[in-house]
Each structure stands twice: as structure tokens, then as C-alpha cells.
Design a protein around this ligand. Structure first.
Ligand SMILES: [Zn+2]
Length: 330
């Protein structure tokens, strides 16, 4: 039973995580390469720990204006197709004969918009493990009311994450009182406070507000979800469980930190990747330098999509593994 979607089973995974001081990461995905990089790293970490059934969560946004990940899963850019392709891939990868069949895989619908995503959240949610209902763009009172309505309608079927504040873009950190009120009045299972992190991880003056996380978790329990985790410094990652963080959402770093690697590896082998004529021309106009091999002729094993994806896959897997070591310590 590698795909965990039943509400009570999902909550049991998180209870087990609490007992083990694990933080469950929800890695954002928008293509099969990322899905496999996450599963592959989780399998490796599970084996290293003697826990081949390690829980791992894959997250996907839908019509979230900041990033419509389900639409990016297909070049048609149609979210309905993207979600179905994603679920079909997951079905195969968690099924019999898959090397990932031993993992416990959870699927999270991320930043599901209270307005734009109405068709999705009113529909069949049975293939997903949890859903973040995002009404954080509304004034606080309206956010509470909208989230409470959703919890009353669907809370018995699926684990629900509520967003009591907008993340990033302003300096207002969620207070203990706000988080407590949000949890009590909405009935959400998990809550996303603003703890000073930022989604696109490009702002330099960020500080993850550890003390605030501890204050909030003291009053609402161990059910905080940290978004914008790509902006948290590596030294702070292992301590998140002790701060009451049950789950983290992370995506930006996976893409950001593989892109430069891909560029470098392609430039280094410019001739094989692009053919020597094109590579020499790039050298001439200054796009490439003397370290680039521009003389080699184009080579099938370098100019394919498979080669480029393999570079991304390997680097991404390494990044994911680093996070898993912080959140599933030996
Ligand atoms: Zn987020």
C-alpha cells in the first residue's frame, strides 16, 4: 500500500514522524524528472536508515498564480491533463515492479486557491493525501470563514492545511494569537504561519523566525507547516522538528540549484552538445570561453534530452538527499 491517501493513515504517518522527530518534506514537482529524483533520493535515504518504507510527499500547485505546476507537467499547459499525467506516473512508480514500491508516498495539493481552484477542490480528492486550502489573499476574517467552510465540507475526507497568513512580500509575522484563533475557528489539521521565509528565495534579508515558530507550536501543537523553505539557511534545517514544524514545503531550491549546473556542464562540452560550428560561433561572440570544448563534433550521447535530464536528475537527487539527511536523521 505505497500510496497513502486515507485521512487516518496520513495522520498516522505524521504521528509517527512526531515520535521520531522527523519533518515530512513536501517536495514541489512539475515534471517526471523531479518526481523520480525525489523518489530515488528517498529510497536511498530509507535504505541508509534501514527504513525502506520511508514516507515522502510530493506536492503540486494547480492554478496558484505564482506557479501553476500541474499545467507545467504537460506542454499543453492544461492543468487537468497535467494532474492526470502526474497521477498516472505516480500510479506506475508506486506500483508493482517499481523500484519505489516500498516507499510510502503521499500526494499534496499545494496552494489550492479558494477562488481559481474551485472546480478542483469541489471535485474528487480521493487520490490525494492532503490539500492546502489557500485563502490567504483574503482579509483575515474572510480567510477564516472560507477555510472553515471548506473544512466543514471536506475535512472528513482529506487532511487540510490552512494558510493563516500570506507568505513573503510583507514583514508581518503571524502572531501566536492569530495562529491559535485560525486553528480553533477553522478546524484545519495543519497551519501555515508567516515565519519570515519567502517563496522565491531571492531576498537577502530573510530570517526564519524560530522563536515565533516555537511560541505558535506551544499553543496549537506540532502541526506547523513551513513554506518558502528554500530560503532557510542549511544550519537551521535540522532544528525544525524541535520548533514544532511537522511539514515543510520546498521547491525553488530544486530548480534554482540545478539550472546553473546544467549550463556549466553543457558549456564545458559545447561541441558535443551543439556541434563544433555552433560552438565555435558562441566562442567568437563571447558566450563561451577557452575552457569550453568547441572542437568536438556533435555526439548523440550529449545532444539528447535524455542527457540533459540526467544531469538535472542527478544534481536534484543530491540536493533532495541533503534535505532528507537533515529531516530523517540516523
Ligand atoms: Zn508555499
Amino acid at each position: 500500500m505505497p500510496l497513502i491517501t486515507q485521512r487516518d493513515e496520513v495522520l498516522e504517518v505524521f504521528a509517527e514522524a512526531g515520535r521520531n522527530a522527523w519533518v515530512i518534506p513536501a517536495f514541489g514537482v512539475e515534471n517526471l524528472t523531479t518526481v523520480e529524483a525525489v523518489l530515488s533520493a528517498a529510497r536511498q535515504q530509507g535504505e541508509a536508515l534501514g527504513r525502506p518504507d520511508l514516507p515522502v510527499m510530493l506536492a503540486m500547485t494547480n492554478r496558484y498564480p505564482e506557479r501553476t505546476q500541474s499545467a507545467y507537467y504537460t506542454h499543453t499547459r492544461q492543468w487537468r491533463l497535467g494532474l492526470e499525467l502526474f497521477l498516472a506516473d505516480i500510479g506506475v512508480l508506486t506500483g508493482a515492479g517499481s523500484p519505489f514500491g516500498g516507499l510510502r508516498v503521499l500526494l499534496h495539493l499545494d496552494h489550492i486557491q479558494h477562488d481559481l481552484d474551485e472546480e478542483l477542490w469541489r471535485g474528487d480528492l480521493s487520490r490525494f493525501s492532503s490539500l492546502m486550502f489557500d485563502a490567504s489573499g483574503l482579509p483575515f476574517e474572510e480567510n477564516i470563514a472560507a477555510t472553515r467552510r471548506f473544512v466543514r465540507e471536506r475535512g472528513h475526507e482529506i487532511v487540510i492545511e490552512g494558510a493563516c497568513d500570506h507568505i513573503g512580500g510583507d514583514s508581518h509575522l503571524t502572531t501566536q494569537e492569530e495562529a491559535e484563533r485560525f486553528c480553533l475557528e477553522t478546524g484545519v489539521d495543519w497551519v501555515v504561519p508567516n515565519l519570515g521565509t519567502e517563496h522565491r528565495a531571492g531576498v537577502s534579508a530573510l530570517r526564519y523566525a524560530r522563536e515565533r515558530a516555537r511560541e505558535i507550536s506551544q499553543s496549537v501543537g506540532r502541526r506547523l507547516v513551513l513554506h518558502g523553505t528554500s530560503s532557510v539557511s542549511p544550519e537551521q534545517l535540522p532544528g525544525l522538528a524541535a520548533d514544532g514544524i511537522a511539514k515543510v514545503n520546498l521547491w525553488t531550491a530544486l530548480e534554482r540549484d540545478t539550472s546553473g549546473h546544467l549550463l556549466r556542464e553543457m558549456a564545458r562540452r559545447a561541441g558535443k552538445v551543439a556541434g563544433s560550428a555552433a560552438a565555435e560561433e558562441m566562442l567568437e561572440v563571447g558566450l563561451l570561453g577557452p575552457e569550453a570544448d568547441t572542437a568536438s563534433p556533435a555526439a548523440l550521447s550529449y545532444f539528447t534530452t535524455a542527457w540533459r535530464q540526467q544531469l538535472v536528475f542527478e544534481r536534484m537527487k543530491r540536493i533532495v538527499k541533503g534535505y532528507l539527511e537533515a529531516w530523517f536523521p540516523a
